[in-house]
Design a protein. Sequence first.
Length: 251
Amino acid sequence: MTSKFGGNTACVEFRYGPDRVIFDAGTGLRELGQSLGQASNLELTVLLSHYHWDHLLGLPFFTPIFKPDTVLNIFGESKEGGGPRDALMRQFTAPSFPVEFSTLPSKLNFFDVKPGDAFAVGGIKVTVGRLNHPNAAICYRAQAGKASVVYASDHEHDGQGDRGLIDFCAGASALVYDAMYSNSSYSTKKGWGHSTWEEAVRIAKAAKVKKLFLYHHDPLNDDKAMAKIDRAAKKAFAGAIVARERLVVPL
Ligand SMILES: [Zn+2]
Ligand SMILES: [Zn+2]
């Protein structure tokens, strides 16, 4: 059973007053679209970490994308195989999906970003960092008022201390980190592009972040396995929380 922690793929929202950014567009985005209901004239910003399916699959099922009064600003890295526009086009192409990209009624704006870039979304300041992942991935730090969150999904710890990522996370209110595996399972998963909850704790402590969200769960882990990780991680770091669907945390 995964009904407690959930089974949707990557999608996290960070809100500050009327402003918001959405990290990744996995299947969780479908529910976010539902929660927006019939809201009109939406302008939404989606920050993509990379273009693996589990980070994009929510877009064809995101109801606001089919409304002419929606503006969608989509950020992502340009690399071999294209940038965010190409990634989205591939989602809306036959025979994978019946609605063609060129017929989408919403206004879509695409922005290529790379590590080191900085930009603003209303009152939210965003910076971009690098992750270690097959086909490359980027992380984002969003800062608004006194709150800051680092979204670092799909990262394999580099075995050399992850100095770059620790600096990128320094003092953040929250770190959302790829904790797909545990030390006990990692030996057979080395090189797959993901990290462990034990590394998550180490990075959170080194960067002195306040809250650590263990994220990108192994689909083989059921609720029982996730609850066990939650207990162990909290023992190692009081600010650790296993992310679960529809979790809302004020920062
Ligand atoms: Zn990936
Ligand atoms: Zn992933």
